[in-house]
Ligand binder design. Sequence first.
Ligand SMILES: NC(=O)c1ccc[n+]([C@@H]2O[C@H](COP(=O)([O-])OP(=O)(O)OC[C@H]3O[C@@H](n4cnc5c(N)ncnc54)[C@H](O)[C@@H]3O)[C@@H](O)[C@H]2O)c1
Length: 360
Amino acid sequence: MRILVCGGAGYIGSHACTVLAGRGHDLLVADNFANSSPRVLERLRRIIGAPVFFQQADLRVRADLDALFDGPRFDAVVHFAALKAVGDSCRRPLDYFDNNIAGTIHLLQAMQAAGVKRLVFSSSATVYGDPDSVPVREDAALRTTNPYGRTKLVMEQLIGDLCESDPSFHAANLRYFNPVGAHPSGLIGEDPGGVPDNLMPYVSQVAVGRRERLQVFGGDWPTVDGTGVRDYLHVMDLARAHADAIDYLAREDRSLTVNLGTGRGVSVLELVRAFAKASGREIPYEIVGRRAGDVAQVYADPSLAQRLLGWRAELDVEAMCRDAWRWQSMNPDGYGSAAVDEAAAGEVASQHEWDALAAG
Ligand SMILES: NC(=O)c1ccc[n+]([C@@H]2O[C@H](COP(=O)([O-])OP(=O)(O)OC[C@H]3O[C@@H](n4cnc5c(N)ncnc54)[C@H](O)[C@@H]3O)[C@@H](O)[C@H]2O)c1
């Protein structure tokens, strides 16, 4: 299939590209690099073994969307493009509403105009907020607690309304739990700008010496060791789910909403210990007060994804830590670490070449 990957230069999108390309799909990556580096494209070319077709585009800009869709029709769109930091969204909610919600509306309008009827959408476990019980099923109450989560919830609802209005339009809402880890090559991985919002990149930056110590928010949660429990999921398992969702939409001609997690809760201290073992580095940490808005434990019931997509997470916490560490130690400064690129200066194919390939 010909697939448009919006936000494909980002953390999860780039990993999904490796799996989608591996299944033989032709990809056009669109991104505005709001939270990613053009270096990703070169790294992807090395992993995939072929040029990565790329078009710089901001989903909020109509002309950029017109240019994206001005070619042979896409069979599907995978939509990763969003701002995603919870704390940041509390400080500047309007930017999140504009980027995530308005950007998605423009994308849906462009899809409708072009007759593209399949969408895979990056949703999040944050739509559940503080769940009444764990594991969390898809029919749990939706009551997110922050502006970022509200954008995800609104986007799910907008997409749902579009599916209702057009019975031939189908969407896969994928509610990710906590993606971590990296591609086993060490060439692509998570590279947050500034202070990491999430635990794993923080831990790996401590391990590599970029940060002095980890702050653990709360040691008095009602959990196994008092620290917060989450459902960490290897990004390569998550990437595979996107290819499975594309297959589902093509095969079943119907929409779905599924949790993507392992179904297993892991505490902060369990993850820290696993990372220390995988890296051979000490991870100094201190337990500080709870962070506003955090919850004790959230982990998925992923059985619906298994039933509908035939998908289940296969990689364990050891693999997550091993691959995150390989990425971090090969790229101590993330994509700012030029050494890996110097050996292999290659080309990134243009939209023009994509059109030629798609037409032929
Ligand atoms: N990483 C997580 O923990 C997590 C968890 C649940 C859901 N998600 C969702 O998954 C998706 C991907 O997350 P990620 O971790 O890869 O984030 P990311 O920031 O690494 O990737 C998002 C990409 O979208 C691009 N982008 C943002 N706004 C854009 C716009 N207006 N036009 C074009 N490109 C734009 C960014 O430059 C970036 O490359 C997001 O929608 C995020 O909300 C992420």
